[in-house]
Design a protein around this ligand. Structure first.
Ligand code: NZQ
Ligand code: ZN
Length: 390
């Protein structure tokens, strides 16, 4: 293992069909005013909202509702949530939804007691709240699997006015205090969002796996997680109601991005940087935006990270290396990735998610670029990757 690190994850998880039962107990740990953030109505249609409201009422909580948290939450909506939380002096933020609602809730929690310009400090300057700044506790009731937001301190916010989507990973203080993961809640997720979530999971693992060339325990865990998500995705795409597959996908999503498999790794995240920019321009589901630029990106990365791509081919995709060169084995691994993406119905080009050639300069401009993984990209390289992905 390279590097020095500390590992601490304070989020308490409740998993399974009965997991919502634990909300009542958790609520006892917090004050009486609860800010309930949710999205554009799915939780009302599938009945989860009613279940949560009944538990909140039974616990005697005063509920302040903040609906309309959009997918890829905006700065404007963040400002609105901060205002509501300040005006109502809330004690707990409860996120009811997917990664967008969870991210958003952490963003509000960080910003409510911030004295300065929280957008500038936390997202543009990537700072953390000052030591001693009060932070609101967040609990998540997750309804969609993919981002890992339920057990990490990530918050991705979009400045819609400037078509700029930017993430900030806060320190441990902003990790949810608890998260409730009931795989049955994910059964009503539209098929395209389920698939986008599946690729998001896969790509989170790849972003951490494809860096460094040392022998690292984290990579062995990653390979197991990738095999699990590939296996379960094949089942879930054929039968979205398969509980075994959906529950494995939900659990894999959490472990793909709860910081564990990034330990001792430099990590990459450039597919996410380019993907975020594609998403800001096209409004594509997050996982689709990532998928649309992945093949062009990994073909480039393969040249510098060949031993890891060989390992990926053999250990994740069971590629037989007999009689093949390392390049051929690595190529076969990427081919297997592409075939799996095609099989489960993911976009392989940015055209499929609504990007056009004339958007490429703008997408390039708003992509955050830094040396990462096996590459040190320039803006020109990003343009090339986008052109190859058209
Ligand atoms: O708005 P509602 O009505 O809730 O509908 C949502 C939304 O339209 C719907 N949905 C969610 N659960 C449902 C459901 N529909 C029916 N039944 C259910 N049970 O699905 C749509 C997508 O939801 P969203 O929360 O936007 O998706 P996701 O979980 O993929 O979150 C995406 C956001 O997370 C960020 C992304 O950039 C994006 O902004 N990310 C956060 C990360 C983190 N915290 O570490 C890392 C990720 O890489 C990612 O960047
Ligand atoms: Zn992601």
């Amino acid at each position: 293992m390279q590097g020095n690190f500390s590992y601490h994850n304070p989020t308490k998880l409740y998993f399974g069909k009965d997991s919502l039962n634990f909300l009542k107990e958790e609520l006892k740990n917090y004050g009486s005013k609860v800010l309930l953030n949710y999205g554009s109505g799915s939780v009302k249609r599938n009945g989860i909202y009613d279940q949560v409201m009944a538990i909140l009422r039974e616990a005697g909580k005063t509920i302040v509702e903040n609906p309309g948290v959009m997918t890829n939450p905006t700065l404007e909506k963040l400002n609105e949530g901060v205002k509501i939380a300040r005006e109502n002096d809330v004690d707990l933020i409860l996120a009811l939804g997917g990664g967008s609602v969870c991210d958003y809730s952490k963003a509000v929690a960080a910003s409510v007691f911030c004295d300065g310009d929280y957008w500038d400090m936390f997202w543009l300057k990537q700072q953390n709240p000052a030591k001693g700044q009060k932070l609101l506790p967040v609990g998540c009731i997750l309804t969609m699997a993919g981002t890992g937001s339920e057990m990490n301190a990530g918050t991705v916010i979009t400045d819609a006015e400037h078509t700029f989507k930017v993430g900030h990973v806060f320190d441990d203080r902003l990790m949810p205090k608890f998260s409730i993961l009931n795989p049955e809640f994910t059964m009503t997720v539209p098929e395209n969002q389920m698939k986008a979530g599946i690729y998001d999971i896969m790509n989170h693992i790849m972003e951490q796996y494809f860096s460094d060339l040392d022998d690292n325990t984290s990579d062995y865990i990653s390979e197991g997680l990738m095999r699990s998500v590939i296996n379960s995705s094949r089942v879930a795409v054929k039968n979205p109601k398969d509980y075994e597959a959906r529950s494995n996908i939900m659990w894999t999503a959490t472990w793909a991005l709860n910081t564990l498999i990034g330990m001792g790794k430099q990590q990459d995240w450039m597919v996410h940087m380019i993907g975020h920019s594609v998403g800001a321009w096209t409004h594509a589901p997050h996982g689709y935006a990532l998928a649309s630029v992945s093949m062009a990106y990994y073909r480039r990365a393969m040249k510098n990270g060949l031993p890891k791509f060989v390992r990926f081919a053999k250990n994740v995709w069971n590629v037989n290396g007999d009689g093949r060169t390392d390049e051929q084995i690595a190529e076969a691994g990427l081919q297997a990735l592409k075939e799996w993406m095609t099989e489960i119905g993911l976009p392989l080009t940015i055209s499929e998610v609504g990007a056009t050639a004339d958007m490429i300069p703008g997408i390039t401009e708003t992509t955050v670029v830094y040396p990462a993984g096996y590459l040190n990209l320039s803006k020109e390289d990003v343009t090339e990757i986008l052109k190859e992905s058209l």
